[in-house]
Design a binder for this molecule. Structure first.
Ligand code: FCB
Length: 446
């Protein structure tokens, strides 16, 4: 007879959001302009002309939202701080009202027994820093470290775990190469610089966290990790999948975890954009300054074949397979790949704790329950095989502003009415609450 799948004591049952996607109140309490405020004003940039001006009004409803989270029995929450609320100009003057807001939020979470995991950069760069070159400019990495240090100073007595940068690959590709996200650049060479400076910012911030002397403080990156499948079982497609895995995954994991930039990917980049002369002596050491966990954002896989098609690279991203179920965004649903990914990270970076910092789907809610079930069971299999997974944060707590897709995709466990802002817990939210409360999920398949 099959039995329930029990998770280890202390496992973190969380949800994730980010500031620009939920807060709204973009002009409140001295907040400065961010690149997303600016990008949302570009005609045609965001579906339906949507903006984050109002989002879920979480800035003003934070107490209510935290109480709702607590009523679901969740013990963890991944949130991000809006840099322009804390340094409206990106550097210089600190805005006490911004700090006060997050101070209260952290206290509310802790009062409800919810452990915060705080992201410092979830894409809302202060516009004045963008005006000085943004992430293509090395100085931005230093401004980021200053901002990080101010946050460690303000909240480090209560916040232990910090995600420095969310998804450096996505920032590079969508924001700087394809122009689909803020700041809307289309500059391949600039995107490589930006990705390097994001990692440098991570390393400098991790160093600043060490310098606080708090022995239990931890820093890590939340990576957009895509497992790769060769389109056909041939040497050529296997090599293409390996190359693309380097571009998407290893280019970030390897340097942060002390291996330096992978030579094969460096060669691809040098062929595409010339010498990477912005990588200064010592940068790789700084980037490897000490990451304490790997944040895994996992949504789907990439199927890759040999040939040209993915930007300047000798590989091509293929559509998903017909026999694999899809989300409403047409992403393949492959929970087994999450098990494989966690085990691969455990093998490649032994001893580094793993946190699933995002996983979720746009689906009708019955299918969202099955999605949750499938992916939590996948995490359980990885745990059973020895991967040190400490927690799972579902994307997302609330239906929110999904960047260039506006409010159309609904990822939430909690439905948000766009007119009234009323929150209604979905069946999937109740299912997840039951799992969080009991620390277990029913056997799979059910
Ligand atoms: C990730 C982002 C997150 C959200 C999900 C759907 O790439 O980190 O903010 O938009 O995708």
């Amino acid at each position: 007879m099959s039995t329930e799948l029990r998770f280890p004591p202390g496992f973190r049952w969380g949800t994730a959001t980010s500031a620009y996607q939920v807060e709204g109140a973009t002009r409140a309490d001295g907040r400065g302009e961010s690149v997303w405020d600016r990008f949302c004003r570009v005609p045609g940039a965001i579906e339906n002309g949507d903006t984050g001006d109002d989002a879920c009004q979480h800035y003003h409803r934070a107490d209510e939202d935290v109480a709702l989270m607590a009523s679901l029995g969740l013990n963890a929450y991944r949130l991000s701080l809006a840099w322009p609320r804390i340094f409206p100009a990106g550097d210089g003057r600190l805005e006490p009202r911004g700090l006060a807001h997050y101070d209260r939020l952290v206290d509310r979470l802790l009062a409800h027994g919810i452990t915060p995991l705080v992201t410092l950069y979830h894409w809302d760069l202060p516009q004045p820093l963008q005006d000085r070159g943004g992430w293509r400019d090395r100085a931005t990495a230093h401004r980021f470290a200053d901002y990080a240090a101010a946050c460690f100073d303000a909240f480090g007595d209560r916040v232990r775990d910090w995600v420095t940068i969310n998804e450096p690959w996505i920032v590079g590709v969508l924001g700087h190469q394809l122009g689909l996200h803020a700041p809307g650049e289309r500059d391949v060479a600039g995107s490589v610089r930006a990705m390097h400076h994001l990692l440098l910012g991570h390393g400098l911030a991790a160093g600043a966290l060490r310098a606080t002397g708090r022995p239990d403080a931890r820093a890590g990156v939340a990576y957009s990790l895509f497992p790769h499948t060769p389109a056909a079982d041939t040497d050529a497609d296997r090599a293409a999948a390996h190359g693309s895995d380097g571009y998407v995954n290893r280019w970030f994991l390897d340097p942060v975890h002390g291996r330096g930039y992978p030579a094969d990917v460096r060669e691809h980049w040098e062929n595409a954009v010339g010498p990477l002369d912005f990588v200064a002596d010592g940068d790789e050491r700084t980037i490897a300054a000490g990451s304490d966990f790997i944040g895994v954002n996992y949504y789907t896989r990439r199927i890759v074949s040999a040939g040209r098609g993915d930007g300047p690279f000798p590989w091509k991203v293929e559509p998903g397979r017909d026999d694999v179920p899809r989300t409403d965004l047409n992403w393949e649903i492959v929970p087994d790949e999450l098990t494989g990914l966690l085990l691969r990270l455990h093998r490649d970076h032994p001893g580094v704790p793993l946190l699933v910092t995002e996983n979720g789907a746009v689906l009708d809610d019955d299918r969202r329950v099955a999605f949750l079930h499938g992916h939590l069971a996948a995490v359980h299999r990885a745990l059973a095989a020895g991967a040190p997974v400490e927690g799972y944060y579902h994307w997302s707590f609330l239906d929110n502003f999904e960047w260039a897709m506006g409010y159309r995709p609904r990822f939430g466990l909690v439905h948000v009415d766009r007119t009234t802002q009323r929150r209604t817990v979905k069946d999937s939210g109740r299912w997840y609450a039951a799992a969080a409360r009991s620390g277990a999920i029913p056997p799979w398949p059910a």
